[in-house]
Design a protein around this ligand. Structure first.
Ligand code: ADP
Ligand code: MG
Length: 260
């Protein structure tokens, strides 16, 4: 008994908290099944390693700044026939990141663009790919402020380091000239490095010119973004509204008439 407490104490001292927690169970299981001590030791270490990996994934997920946690398993492909499930599953292999390609998710509000971007990000994190998520406007505001304080280059590193950067909601608000400049710099640098982007936008490419404050730079940005890229065009109505409609909260037509 004393020795058991000593072993538990050592495990705790070494920071092997999961092994310390499951020690009793592992030993009891080993005794019951008459397992060799090496097997018991292996099982104990595997429990510790699994718990550490879990913690690592949680920490990476937290650092990646995702707005919510949803996976592909949470995505109802049947509800969104305009999305090619095979194409999305292929993207989820993350080969596009190894190939330095971009993924651009286009479509009206509520159709699942952010959901899919988050799901691909979570998949990337489990593969050990450094991932960072940021709404387009937070990104350009941050870079513009850094430029004004003469520390653009250093700040830029935050957005250059991750192998995968997700820029959400391009085009909900137009960029000013300064914002367009810093965005162009970021896109160029990532392009040169072959570092992937996932972008989401409610604007079609034809409307992208109006996002940027300068049409020449807009062309240069689009060139780099689209050169090696996959576009996922999502059509149809908002999933949120669809759910509300199904629940009878909204009338089936677009307009909800006030009760007289
Ligand atoms: P968008 O970014 O295109 O505006 P979101 O990805 O934020 O839309 O989707 C809005 C909400 O609806 C989210 O909670 C999302 O998880 C959910 N959603 C959208 N499409 C689907 C779908 N096909 N299956 C399951 N949930 C969906
Ligand atoms: Mg969105």
């Amino acid at each position: 008994m004393l020795e058991l407490e000593q072993v538990r104490g050592h495990l705790e001292h070494l920071g092997m908290t999961q092994a310390a927690t499951v020690l009793d169970r592992c030993l009891a299981n080993g005794a019951e099944q008459n397992l060799p001590s090496l097997t018991v030791l292996r099982q104990l270490l595997e429990e510790e390693m699994a718990a550490r990996h879990e913690r690592y994934l949680k920490a990476r997920t937290r650092l990646s700044n995702l707005p919510f946690l949803k996976t592909l398993a949470d995505f109802d492909f049947a509800a969104q026939p305009s999305v090619d499930e095979r194409q999305v599953r292929d993207l989820a292999t993350l080969r596009f990141v190894a190939d330095g390609q971009n993924v651009i998710l286009l479509g009206p509000p509520g159709v699942g663009k952010t959901h899919l971007a988050v799901a691909l990000s979570m998949q990337a994190i489990t593969q050990g790919i450094g991932t960072y998520f940021i709404p387009a406007h937070d990104l350009v505001n941050d870079l513009r402020a850094a430029y004004a304080e003469n520390r653009l280059e250093r700040r830029m590193r935050v957005y250059l380091t991750p192998k995968l950067l997700v820029i959400d909601e391009m085009g909900y608000l137009p960029f000013g000239q300064m914002e367009t400049q810093v965005f162009f710099q970021l896109v160029s640098k990532r392009y040169e490095r072959g570092a992937s982007l996932i972008l989401t936008s409610n604007k079609s490419y034809g409307e992208w010119g109006s996002i940027f404050g300068d049409s020449i730079i807009a062309g240069a940005i689009l060139d780099r973004l689209l050169h090696r890229s996959t576009t996922v065009n999502i059509r149809g109505e908002s999933y949120r509204l669809r759910e509300k409609r199904k629940a009878g909260i909204l009338a089936p037509s677009r307009e909800v008439m006030p009760a007289k």
